[in-house]
Design a binder for this molecule. Structure first.
Ligand SMILES: C[S@@+](CC[C@H](N)C(=O)[O-])C[C@H]1O[C@@H](n2cnc3c(N)ncnc32)[C@H](O)[C@@H]1O
Length: 225
């Protein structure tokens, strides 16, 4: 249970605000292990990471617990008062994580100048977990355009999710996921890795690694040149 790692004595209002995504509970550990390996290889010892589409806040808290050398900025398209930002704040309060900043409202499909006042070349890492398939293509364009400006030289954009490759979706569970997403919203669906690679290239980044993860998901690592 996710609430097990909370400090004892969290108030019931905090516990109520903390949303629980079963998928995030399943995937945080493998994602965190890869992230830790990758970030420990970065030359700087104090890093600043922006998470796009943070959702409940489960990931950013776990990452912060494992990687104290990173300051984490969670964000979501949902505004301050709405349930996702409330949930992120409740996780921060319940775990007393001082390396996680308060969540900011950030629509990744917007130009980077509207990304919560973040300045050019201010982030060592941007991470987006299960964002690209749950949003229209203009969000992927926004993520890569913004990352190209906001990430420092040699910094990283890391995306985790299910993808098409060169127009093909395999295996069947990913085909079904793509169908399901498109039924929920005709503009959603699995993004194509080759298209993302081109978006990266157009924004001064290159795809450095593609790591196979559980349940046929992949973690993609793009580096700012
Ligand atoms: C499927 S959820 C994933 C949440 C979380 N990263 C996780 O893996 O548990 C997608 C998240 O992206 C957010 N989102 C959707 N479109 C967005 C956009 N244009 N900019 C920023 N966040 C967005 C949603 O509000 C939601 O929290």
């Amino acid at each position: 249970m996710v609430h097990c790692y909370l400090v004892h004595g969290s108030s019931s209002s905090l516990l109520q605000a903390m949303l629980l995504s079963p998928q995030a509970e399943r995937n945080w550990e493998p994602v965190c292990s890869v992230l830790q390996d990758v970030l420990e290889e970065q030359p700087h010892r104090q890093l600043f990471a922006l998470e796009l589409g943070s959702g409940t806040g489960q990931h950013v808290i776990r990452f912060a617990q494992r990687m104290p050398f990173v300051t984490w900025q969670p964000s979501d398209i949902q505004e301050e008062a709405r349930s996702r930002c409330r949930s992120i704040k409740a996780y921060i309060a319940a775990t007393n994580m001082t390396t996680v900043l308060q969540p900011v409202h950030l629509d990744a499909s917007e130009p980077w100048e509207k990304w919560a006042g973040l300045s050019r070349a201010s982030c060592d890492v941007i991470i987006a977990i299960n964002l690209l398939q749950y949003s229209p293509f203009k969000t992927a364009q926004g993520v890569f355009n913004g990352a190209g400006q906001i990430i420092k030289q040699n910094g990283l954009l890391i995306t985790y999710g299910a993808y098409a490759i060169n127009g093909t979706i395999t295996p069947q569970c990913n085909e079904l996921l793509d169908e399901e997403l498109r039924k929920r919203n005709a503009e959603w669906g699995l993004p194509d890795i080759d298209v993302l690679r081109q978006l990266a290239y157009a924004n001064g980044m290159r795809m450095e690694r593609m790591i196979e993860m559980e349940e046929c998901y992949k973690l993609l690592i793009f580096r700012k040149l």
